[in-house]
Design a protein around this ligand. Structure first.
Ligand code: ZN
Length: 161
């Protein structure tokens, strides 16, 4: 790849990334933070199981499938299983897609940790997210020292009729 091609490739990636971010902003990505304070909005019945997995000393990412319910009042997480990992590192994780159900609970999304402590979604997270949405998922969570959840459930509101 020569310099010009490299430059073009970088520009294209930049544009795609900006476009995806614009879509997320336009479609009301709701960020629920500080779940311990804001317990009504994010209810996690399986906190003990999550705490068994996530801590600040992890040096690689672990993805977990979350099941429960998304309502107008927030989200309720009632079941989880660790996703089957294909590869994982400090900044990246590839995993086999979550099942549609865990027991009788519908899979509503995923959570993974950021060993860097970064609480924002990476570009790869957003790509994965958009992909998972086509499978009916609405929630992406991060453990970055605290638990942060992003919900994208208003998408049908912006699809033109
Ligand atoms: Zn991530």
């Amino acid at each position: 790849m020569n310099k010009k091609e490299l430059f073009t490739t970088i520009l294209v990636f930049l544009f795609i990334s900006i476009a995806i971010n614009l879509v997320l902003v336009k479609t009301n990505v709701i960020k629920y933070n500080n779940i311990f304070i804001d317990g009504q909005e994010v209810e996690i019945e399986i906190m003990d199981e999550l705490e068994n997995i996530y801590n600040d000393t992890l040096e690689y990412e672990i993805p977990v499938c979350l099941a429960g319910e998304v309502t107008d009042n927030g989200i309720s997480i009632r079941a989880m299983i660790e996703a089957e990992i294909v590869s994982t590192s400090l900044h990246n994780v590839t995993y086999v897609s979550c099942p549609l159900y865990i027991g009788s609970q519908r899979v509503i999304g995923t959570i993974h940790n950021h060993p860097s402590g970064e609480c924002r979604l990476s570009n790869q997270d957003i790509e994965t997210y958009v992909n998972d949405m086509s499978r009916g998922q609405e929630v992406i969570g991060l453990y970055c020292g605290e638990y942060v959840f992003f919900i994208l459930s208003r998408l049908e509101g912006v699809i033109p009729e």
